[in-house]
Design a protein around this ligand. Sequence first.
Ligand code: UGA
Length: 442
Amino acid sequence: MGLTTGVALAYLGHKVVGVDKDPSKIALLSKGKSPIHEPGIEELLVEIKREQLTFTEDTAAAVRDAELIMIAVGTPAKANGEADTSYVEAAAEEVAQSIEEGKRYILVVKSTVPIGTNRRVSHVIEQVLKKRGIQAHVYLASNPEFLREGLALRDTFYPDRIVVGSESPEAVEALRRLYRPILEQTFNPPGFLPRPESYDLPPLITTDPTSAEMIKYAANACLALKISFINEIAGLCEKVGADVVEVARGIGLDARIGPAFLGAGIGWGGSCFPKDTAALLAMGREYNYAMPIVAAAREVNWRQRERVIEKLQSALKVLRGSVIGVLGLAFKPGTDDVRESPAIDVVRLLLERGAHVRVHDPVAVENARKELGSRVEYYDNVYELARDADALVLATEWSQYFDLDFAELAGRMRQKVFVDGRNIFTPSEVTRWGFIYMGMGR
Ligand code: UGA
């Protein structure tokens, strides 16, 4: 999120300095290389002029001359699900140590932070300034981010809305100025990312910091539960003989429901939905307020992973010793991120049951290796992976899997079992080659 935002703002003409503690990331970025797989980032790193975008480990130097400072550090989950804001507070402290007497700064919290973090940040800044015995004006704002991994630049240049929560008119005005090219769509789109034809100008929602913080959690929880809802319906579709893909289409055309995030499958993962729904539950506990809907969304989501194992058991009977190929390891296509990936969970469940697991992913293997080590076999080629396998599970819907050659796969496999964990195929395309096809809710 920090990298995408920095790159996008520099592209829009602002002068941006990106700060990170990790020297290897700074070294890569300074050479125009991205430390993560995110479409378009490297193209823009090369295109943006040097003086517009630089990277450094030196917070003080970056902060001193800045007008606007964004904190975009991680807020990982603690063991009890609560979001850990210590990096945000540490960043705020460093910022306060670096600002100059008498100057004016806008400090923006972009990280996803629990309710009240803005106040804590403000307290940290005050304390440090007091200790340093200096005065400076620091205007705070909460500016949550709604970009998706894999589509991060698209979501940044063409957002549905921009949310700013602040008690300070100075901060709101500064952010309005910062985002003006996006709010008014006055920039020239990057060649690879044209403005969508039906795109309307995004509204700027200005609110109080607490509501802004809540908007972020509520948005992610709402999206997560929309997916869990369709996954729950998917299970019932299987029992009654309906096809959830048809059902999702049928309900998604209702404008009140909408078609997005109704893709049934092995469930949601990533660094956001799992963490943010857990943090919401933790906030509920803190306020002694039960949140059964969010809790149920998480339960259903975990059950989807187990559904894959049940399907394989029903087809193969014995998983111990079976050779299972898992296609896709990233938590979704377009990223090399495997955090909380449903694919990785399915692999783990299979390993626990004694299966031999072979895996393939176009970009996430390096990250997956850190999770799975040598307990699985890594393949560069799907058809090699399929040789003498008993079943294949499509876990991440990478575009290259859409044109799998099932005739070729059928000729190579020991048993022809295919679990379409993302419902990307028409069942008959697969069964015509002699496969047992099992989708999620069809
Ligand atoms: C999510 C939100 O969509 C962003 O708006 C938000 O900014 C971001 O979290 C964040 O808080 O930083 P992201 O986690 O990158 O973005 O990915 P999504 O596209 O939302 O997908 C999340 C998971 O849901 C993936 O595992 C995906 O496979 C799954 N999914 C998505 C489904 O199972 N079905 C669907 O129909 C859509």
